[in-house]
Design a protein around this ligand. Structure first.
Ligand SMILES: [Zn+2]
Ligand SMILES: [Zn+2]
Length: 277
């Protein structure tokens, strides 16, 4: 197992966007894997978790800890198709906060029930434990420290900061910046990250309503605001994440050519793998 590796299985926000125009960056919603210190973590269970599950079937038995950012559809809708839940011998621990009074257990129970879905959680054959956290909790796993922070998003979202071996990876998606200036608490949370995975859903034009409806208050950041916060925090490498569903491969390439030259920053794509150690 890699010492400290991040791998993206789903990078799209809001709704899956498969098709010929999203082949290169991918159409699956959010899921990423973090292998660190001999342990396996995953963040969220969007439709990308189905692909992650197929990979895990080759590695069984597995012991994976899921960290949920929040419970919106695009972060949970892949779980009913996460096959390793149905196979004996695996162990999963799923951490989530309570969002608007609900938690991941409640949501999965509703997702996996008639009339919306034919198989219930009673079909799980792996050991699946649910753990609950409060924003601000510090999670310790031997030499790994995972800090949590409440970020600005409707209903709240948890950001995760992994610290291990002198390296820092932060995943901070589904976050909206202030109208003017910087979100100081956000800057502190992502301070000096070696890799920051950050919400970058909208163009400036989309955000203010020059292209479609104004998106202010929808809980997401613009590309420019994400980069400005990364710069202010001294982030080394920025991964722009949670692509808007209509954003095609060509759109993302054009944006990259416009805003990323001279920066250590990339648009996330399915399969992107980064080694911090
Ligand atoms: Zn989302
Ligand atoms: Zn959300």
């Amino acid at each position: 197992m890699a010492e400290f590796r991040v791998r993206y299985w789903g990078v799209r926000g809001s709704i899956p966007a498969p098709g010929p125009e999203t082949i290169r960056y991918g159409g699956n919603t959010t899921c990423l894997e973090v292998e660190v210190g001999g342990k396996s973590f995953a963040i969220d269970g969007g439709t990308g978790v189905r692909l992650f599950g197929s990979e895990l079937l080759k590695r069984m038995p597995v012991d994976v800890t899921f960290l949920m950012t929040h419970l919106h559809w695009d972060h949970v809708q892949g779980f009913p198709f996460f096959t390793p839940f149905l196979v004996p011998g695996n162990k999963f621990t799923i951490f989530s906060a309570h969002h608007n009074g609900g938690n991941i257990f409640d949501v999965l129970k509703q997702l996996m029930a008639q009339p919306a879905f034919p198989i219930s959680m009673d079909a799980f054959r792996s050991e699946v434990q649910f753990r609950f956290l409060e924003a601000g909790d510090l999670l310790k796993f031997d030499d790994l420290c995972v800090r949590t922070c409440l970020l600005n998003h409707p209903g709240g979202v948890i950001g995760y900061r992994f610290e291990f071996g002198g390296k820092v990876f932060v995943h901070a998606s589904d976050w909206e910046h202030p109208e003017d200036g910087l979100d100081d608490a956000f800057v502190e949370f992502i301070r000096d990250a070696d890799v920051l995975s950050v919400d970058a859903t909208y163009t400036d034009e989309e955000y203010v309503g020059l292209s479609g409806p104004p998106r202010k208050g929808w809980g997401h950041a613009t590309h420019e605001a994400a980069l400005a916060h990364a710069d202010a925090a001294g982030v080394k490498k920025t991964v722009l994440f949670h692509h808007e569903q209509t954003r095609s491969d060509d759109d993302l390439d054009a944006l990259a050519a416009k805003i990323l030259p001279g920066r250590d920053a990339v648009f996330a794509r399915e399969g992107l793998t980064l080694d911090l150690i």
